[in-house]
Design a protein around this ligand. Sequence first.
Ligand SMILES: C[S@@+](CC[C@H](N)C(=O)[O-])C[C@H]1O[C@@H](n2cnc3c(N)ncnc32)[C@H](O)[C@@H]1O
Length: 412
Amino acid sequence: MDDDASALVAVVGIGADGWDGLTSASREALTGAAVVVGGPRQLELLPPEVTAERVAWPSPLRPAVPGLIAAHAGRRIAVLASGDPMFHGIGRTLTEVLGADRLRVLPHPSSVSYACARLGWAVEDTDVVSLVGRPLPALAGALHDGRRVLVLSRDADTPAAVAGLLREQGYGASRLRVLEQLGSARERIVDGTAGDWPHPPGDPLNVVAVECAAEPATPRLGLVPGLPDTAYEHDGQLTKRHVRAATLAALAPAPGELLWDVGGGSGSIAVEWMRAHRACRAVTVERDPVRAERITRNAASLGVPALRVVTGAAPAALDGLPVPDAVFVGGGLTAPGLLEACWAALRPGGRLVANTVTLESEALLARWYARHGGELVRLAVAHAAPVGGFTGWRQAMPVTQWSAVKPAGAQP
Ligand SMILES: C[S@@+](CC[C@H](N)C(=O)[O-])C[C@H]1O[C@@H](n2cnc3c(N)ncnc32)[C@H](O)[C@@H]1O
């Protein structure tokens, strides 16, 4: 290294307005660099006064980062990023690979800041969904009547795909505006309604502003667990709404945590775990392949396509899965070694919740309750139903639920 500054990689945010839109600090970082790394489109935005060697990112990018940085060790390196490098950008990868203390990040307004400025939307009241590297159904979880959502597009086809998803989800009445080339001389806004989206694909650099408008018959899906049973495609193997709400309360999802949903059925527990926060992750294990496919469909239609579905019978199918923060057992309790395997896999401090409607499994849960403590509850839900000309209670099968926190140093 020739001096301390060259030990830092400068990460320079650049917009569609290119060099003209950069601050003097960003310009100096680029003119002082020996190597500038960036996407081909970004490198083209640099004027001749940037004399550095220009290196285009290879694809896929992430595995190439350590080698590329190492290849230029000892030289002043600048990396070009689109907009704000720390917002859905290369800055995240670079901090993960190199560490934050090896970077000097120089932000530029993000596409979201530009879009909100053009639309007059408060950034903090706008939900953002990135479809860059994420499947389209991820947008479904952000749809709420009256809510404003900005979608970070993958390419020129994203706006029409967003319109299609909105129609499918009963949000065809939503107004869409596509904001292209924000901040550049070629900036353009196209306007329309999801129901009859009239525009051909435009510029690949765009964000889609959605003003969510549900049609009258669209089911209302709230934020907290306990979605209506009708929100799921199922064959009867579904933890019903009231018990599901109580189960998610016991599982207590927190951002970033991983759930194992063992005996996934229709996937409702894992789906509602993941809907609790965008950083929540879940794996569901289901032995029946028809149900496993149904879980995938439910996860997509309810906005959590990242739910991992493992088709196989527990406990064998649990082998090699990442350590969970919580485990739910909704099926297979009597499979030999299943509860032992779940308890052993759980991280200390993690929660285990198991539900059953059979006496055999209830006896098992009573033994585990006697050994490990926790809470053993019986959830008996009854629904009012017509009885002749009157109304009476129709009792659902009572569900026995054991929940426990695994203490530090616990043995299987
Ligand atoms: C009552 S359902 C679970 C309902 C689920 N929580 C929901 O809301 O959709 C039980 C499921 O466990 C599955 N199952 C039973 N034993 C299993 C095992 N050993 N491994 C994996 N899945 C199992 C069954 O196929 C069934 O789909």
